[in-house]
Design a protein around this ligand. Sequence first.
Ligand code: FAD
Ligand code: SIN
Length: 522
Amino acid sequence: MKIKSDFLVIGSGIAGLSFAIKIAQKFPGKKISIITKGTKEESNTKYAQGGIATVYDLAKDSYKAHIEDTLIAGDGLCDPAVVEMVITQATARLDELLNWGVSFDKNAQGEYDLGKEGGHSKNRIFHHKDITGYEIERSLLKIVNQTPNIDFYDFHYAIDLITEHQVFGDLISLESDKTVFGAYVLDEKTKEIKTFTAKYTLLATGGSGQVYETTTNPFVATGDGIGMAYRAKARLADMEFIQFHPTALYNPGESPAFLISEAVRGFGAYLRNEQGKRFMKKYDTRLELAPRDIVARAIDTEMKLQGNKNVYLDVTHLDYDAFVKHFPNITKKCESLNIDIRKEYIPVAPAAHYMMGGVVVDKHGQTSIKNLYASGEVSRTGLHGANRLASNSLLEALVFSHNAAEDIANRFDENVKLPSVPQWIDTSTNRNMEKILITHDRNEVKTIMSNYVGIVRSNERLLRALRRLYVLYQDNKRLYDHAEISTDLLELRNLITTAYLIVEFSRKRKQNKGGFYSKDLI
Ligand code: FAD
Ligand code: SIN
């Protein structure tokens, strides 16, 4: 089946949905297709807790301070022009969210109740209790569902981008020639592979935390956009920079790991080791509110020193009622595990959380492939450098989706015709593949990455990871060439590709920075 649209959006988190709303408003007579694997709402966005960092009241905060905090957290590798652009646009983008019906908490005086997180010099995090992402996803989906020129295809999995390579064959696809014409998409319910064509495509597939054993990311975060962009030969950068969130709840067997928001430390919580001692002063003068890479490494060191699998977050000294008001979901989760946060410490450990690198885009969200835009966690914009400042990613997605919509509106040419795109050719001969061939390899990728490519890496660990991933790649390729296409198989292909890229970029890095740290480079 062929489905023709003017605009194709791949992914339904904050990046995809906010872009779709904007482009639908700009082009009321044009057709927008959103495709997403699984349900409409499942995404990293849905689980965001802390909120959105925004300078709103210039009498109390300044763009300069937020810019400086972002640059410091990025460990010298941010693009300062991009940082300035994003931070100064934040107020306008937040106003749009408010207009779209997103509600942010206010205090007794009727002012926005601004939270604080690591690396921020001011309270500037707009939040909806501790379920900010859920509130944003709910509001954006409501608008999208009411927009007549948006068609929503849930349970549709994008397999590969369509470029000259598929249309004209290998010889045409020189770097300078590449244009995107849409994507091949698996209908997860009927198993049909559909051809979605479009003049413009937005890649908004989110992150890749699932390459690690312990992650805060939901099961959909399998690096699909990275895999698709890599195969289409788009430019990628900074893939070695992985952010480990310092404080995921340590609850063995629970996957994904439940996050204990950094805003809890911003609210005054302490980190303590097995002996009950606060330890952050050994590592950084900013203590519990140092940037995330520093806190995560400090916890990792502390756990190794003590031979433990976790440290503790202490909220016993905080005002319980105020805490419950701000963090009802976290409180409920602790209660469900019989942790009485008034008396007991919360066991926590770092977990893979965010991918700083990704598909390289310019200030308009344009990738190195013509008519292919990228926004959100899949992209590498230059905002985060080597380490993202807390609560800057929802903001980044809003800004780049806005800029992409503006850029397309300025460039849209009614007369551009799409080439005739061939349908997917099904070459599969094996329709009874054993699932174990996929589940085992998926687990193996995760073990390799957690043991060899975690918070602290080394040359030897990276080499071992590379060798093992190559074997997994070969096995997966044989499966892919012959087995019936399924979400599991495709996700595994992208997990292996993403893991391989993280390792390869890590092997090339010569200096420790932010989310990359090798003990051989100390
Ligand atoms: P996502 O929201 O992940 O959406 C990606 C979409 O693409 C999903 O719908 C997915 O199903 C779909 N998709 C993926 N692959 C395919 C495919 N092959 N075909 C079709 N569809 C596909 N950031 C902040 O700024 N503040 C916070 O407080 C915050 N808290 C967080 C808490 C948690 C637990 C987590 C995991 C992240 C948090 N982050 C936070 C990070 C932030 O949530 C994400 O970076 C951001 O939501 C990414 O948005 P996105 O639209 O790029 O991707
Ligand atoms: C958190 O609430 O700690 C997550 C914030 C983020 O990842 O930006």
